[in-house]
Design a protein around this ligand. Structure first.
Ligand SMILES: [Zn+2]
Length: 405
């Protein structure tokens, strides 16, 4: 903790010094990601949501086998360190967070299907990272199991972020991670697709592809490929159930902070992500049903129980659609997406729900000023109320608060 604060104060100083600002700003982004809240805790939740899905496959006897997501191998890779067999649940947690193409943003792409495919191709391109990633992951699981068992907020040591960074081609340790980003930290810096409408678009792009592959599949092996695609898509689907991802204006904050690099934007994102994830929000789906949920680190807490069950059933519905496309030889994309939108969180409805805005005002809301410029309205749940602050002063004030309060 002490080291983190020292690094942060160092980074704040850096942000204030021009022209070195952007270099230190990059560091603050890395620091905040290494400090643990953006990504590292996501892995076990994503894995579990994928593991509980029951995937249907045609059996050799002519019936249907139902196989849990952690048992069904959907991708085999020949790496320099031997063969890696990845289950549907593995694709779920690796996809986008650890294996992907950092600057291939699906949510803003004019050709989302192609951009989604470019991200999928990262599994082949970066396959040699995967064995080391699994070594880190097995240690993470050992450490988090006690929190999972007791249903408490997850606390995972910072060292795992450094280890994931090292496993994916960067340098290890706190200082090393600041100096050389691996694929893990690069993905974290461009994780726009894991938030809000970008996550919706990313899921829709991937699920559409999975339905199309399944409708054309003629055997179990080809259907497994459709499940591989679906696993990656479902990562984004389940991000929508983590309330820190619901209304945090990830992309808008980046645009707002455009001249300052990724650092301050990532930092502001983290603060709102953590606040909404911890206090939770009432989520609304396309049918207007509401339920309470919390965010990443609180996935296993009793308060998040309904939300977890919802997420599991929505994932199940999504993979069942893939199997039905295989059986019927019809992707039925429009109908299937319409059905999914009825049950998955509706970003706009959730953000606008009166009980959310009244009880848990958004920390940041980006709006257009009368002159067309972007304005950030910050509401601090405790004492501060900054309005129409510029990005740098927002980030500096927030970082100062974070470091010293
Ligand atoms: Zn994610």
């Amino acid at each position: 903790m002490k080291l983190q604060r020292t690094l942060l104060q160092f980074s704040i100083l850096g942000m204030l010094l021009n022209p070195l600002g952007s270099i230190f700003a990059e560091n603050i982004a890395q620091k905040q990601l290494q400090s643990g809240h953006e990504l590292q805790f996501d892995s076990p939740e994503h894995f579990d949501l994928g593991a509980y899905a029951l995937l249907s496959l045609p059996s050799s006897q002519g019936g249907v086998d139902k196989i849990y997501g952690n048992k069904l191998i959907v991708k085999s890779l020949q790496t320099s360190y031997g063969q890696m067999n990845l289950s549907f649940a593995d694709i779920f947690w690796l996809g986008g967070d650890i294996i992907g193409e950092p600057k291939q943003i699906i949510g803003s792409s004019l050709t989302p299907a192609i951009t989604f495919q470019n991200n999928l191709a990262a599994f082949d391109k970066y396959k040699d990272y995967i064995p080391a990633v699994f070594t880190v992951y097995s240690n993470v699981i050992n450490d988090v199991q006690k929190f999972v068992d007791t249903g408490s907020t997850l606390v995972v040591p910072d060292k795992y972020n450094y280890e994931y960074n090292k496993a994916t081609g960067g340098w290890g340790g706190a200082a090393g991670s600041l100096l050389k980003s691996g694929l893990y930290l690069k993905l974290a810096q461009y994780n726009y697709d894991h938030f809000g409408e970008n996550a919706v678009k990313s899921y829709v792009a991937g699920h559409t592809l999975a339905l199309e592959y399944a409708s054309k599949a003629t055997n179990a092996e080809e259907l497994k490929y459709a499940y591989f695609v679906e696993g990656y898509a479902d990562h984004f689907l389940t991000d929508l159930f983590a309330t820190g991802h619901s209304r945090t204006p990830r992309v808008e904050i980046v645009n707002y902070c455009a001249n300052l690099g990724q650092g301050p934007a990532s930092f502001l994102t983290k603060l709102m992500h953590d606040q909404d994830g911890t206090t939770g929000l009432t989520l609304v789906n396309g049918k207007g049903e509401t339920w309470f949920g919390t965010g990443d680190e609180n996935f296993y807490t009793p308060a998040n129980k309904d939300n977890k069950l919802r997420a599991l059933s929505v994932v199940q519905q999504s993979v069942d659609q893939v199997y039905n496309a295989y059986v019927s030889k019809n992707a039925n994309v429009d109908l299937n997406i319409t059905e999914m939108k009825k049950v998955m969180p509706d970003i706009e409805a959730t953000a606008n729900l009166a009980q959310n805005t009244a009880m848990f005002p958004p920390m940041y809301k980006i709006v257009k000023g009368t002159d067309g410029s972007l304005i950030i309205n910050q509401y601090d749940a405790k004492t501060k109320s900054y309005n129409q602050l510029r990005c740098l002063s927002s980030a500096t004030a927030a970082a100062w608060n974070y470091a010293f309060n």
